[in-house]
Design a protein around this ligand. Sequence first.
Ligand code: R5P
Length: 319
Amino acid sequence: MDGVVASGSGDSGLANALAETLGWKHLDLETRRFPDTEGYVRVPNDCLDPIRSGPVALVSTTFPDSAILETLFLLDAIRDVRSGEMSSLKGGEVKESDVGPGVFLVIPYYGYSRQDKRFMAGEAISAKFLARTFASHCDGIVVLDIHAPEAMENMGVPVELVSAMPEIAEHLRENVRPDFVLSPDKGAIERASSVANAIDVPFSYLEKKRIDAHTIEHTPKDLDVEGQVVAIVDDMISTGGTICRASDALRRQGAKEVHAACTHGLFTGGAIHRLGNHVDGVHSTNSLPNPRANVSAAKALSRGVKRLIERMSSEIVVQ
Ligand code: R5P
C-alpha cells in the first residue's frame, strides 16, 4: 500500500530517507513562526490530494518543546484535510468526503521519555500525558528506542516500538569491531545485549546511581576487558556523564579502546567535548540532528510504519 511521508520544520533529511526506504513520496508541509514566536502550519495546496489518497506517516519529534505543539498542529491539519473538514475557511466552505483513518505519527526521538513515572509526589508523568495527547490525534504511533516503553501502554491506538540497535550493531561491527559490549546501566541491558548478540561478543552491564542531572556513580564491578576494544551502548547520551564514568571504569580495568554508541545523540552542554576526553569514538543515529550522526534511523522507522500498515490495512482506504 503506497502512502506519503510528511514532515514539518523537523529533520526533512530523515523524513526523506524514510520515504525512500518505504518507496513513498515525501511532502514538505509549511511551517513558520509569527513575529511573536507563535507557530503556523499548513498543508500546501499541492499536498492536499496526496494527503487524502493513502496513508500518511508524519515524521515529527517531541523535542524541543516547540516541536510538541508543531506536531499537534500538523496532526490536526492533516486530519482535517483527510476528513474533509473545511468549516470556517475564509472565502467559503469546501465540501470533501472523509477518507477515513490512516494518519500515523512517527517519532524519531521522544522527548520527556525519561519522566515516565512519578519520582516524587505531585509530579506529572509527562511521558504518558504526551503519549495520550498524541494518540487522541492520530491512528497509530511509531516510536524509536523509547527510554521507557511503559509510557506508550494502553494508548487506544496501535503503537509500534522500534529499535535502531540492529543498524547500530552493523555499524559497530564494520567500523569499530568491538571485542566486548557494555551497558552503562540496567535500563540499557536489553538494547546493549541485543547489539552484543548481533556482533557475537561478550556482554556485561554496570549498576548506576544518578545523584543529580550532572552526576552519576557506578557500583564497581570486575569486567574482563584487559586489552579489548569495548563499545558502550545506551539509548541516549545527554550530558555524557554516564558514558564518561563507564569509560573510566573500563580504562581502569585495561580496556584498549572505548567507543560510545547510542540511538539519540542529545549531546547537551559541551557533551561532545567531554566525551572526546574519555572515549575513542562516538556513534549515534540521526533521530536528532547531531554532529556524530553516522547511523541512519530510517530503516528502523520503516519497520514500524510497515507493521502499522499491516495491522490496519483493512481500515485504510486508498483513493
Ligand atoms: C538514562 O537512564 C539513559 O538511558 C541514559 O543513560 C542517560 O539519559 C544519559 O544521560 P547522560 O548522558 O546525561 O548521563
